[in-house]
Write a protein that binds this ligand. Structure first.
Ligand code: CU
Length: 120
């Protein structure tokens, strides 16, 4: 019976922490940019379905290396984001995740889930 109370307390503390963080515009920008390397080679993609932790408000960058042009789709809410890349290397700045939760990132070219951003 002790455990649920502790978990609830932790959840409250982190919720408070997050809202305090979201309010100050300078707080989010002090977090290091989360750089996610994505490589596409034929039907092989990396990452391939993993979870990647990010913080709410954290800047996110995709560094894409691909053998062919394609498109990456970020199922963020309220607005989804699409990034078209060419063969070779491309870098995209992705809008930070606005609230705790999961955001699926897919290759629409290959019809695969590359990874899921888990924001807290
Ligand atoms: Cu999609």
């Amino acid at each position: 019976m002790r455990r649920p109370v502790a978990v609830l307390a932790l959840a409250l503390i982190s919720a408070l922490g997050l809202s305090a963080c979201g309010r100050g515009s300078s707080d989010g920008s002090t977090l290091p940019t989360k750089v996610i390397d994505i490589s596409v080679n034929g039907s092989n993609v990396t990452p391939n379905g993993t979870d990647i932790d990010v913080s709410v408000g954290q800047r996110i960058e995709f560094d894409v290396t691909a053998d062919k042009p394609g498109e990456i789709h970020v199922h963020s809410s309220p607005k989804e984001q699409e990034f078209e890349y060419d063969a070779g290397s491309s870098t995209f700045e992705v809008k930070p995740v606005q609230a705790p939760g999961q955001v699926v990132v897919e290759s629409h070219t290959l019809n695969k889930t590359l990874f899921t951003l888990v924001a807290r």
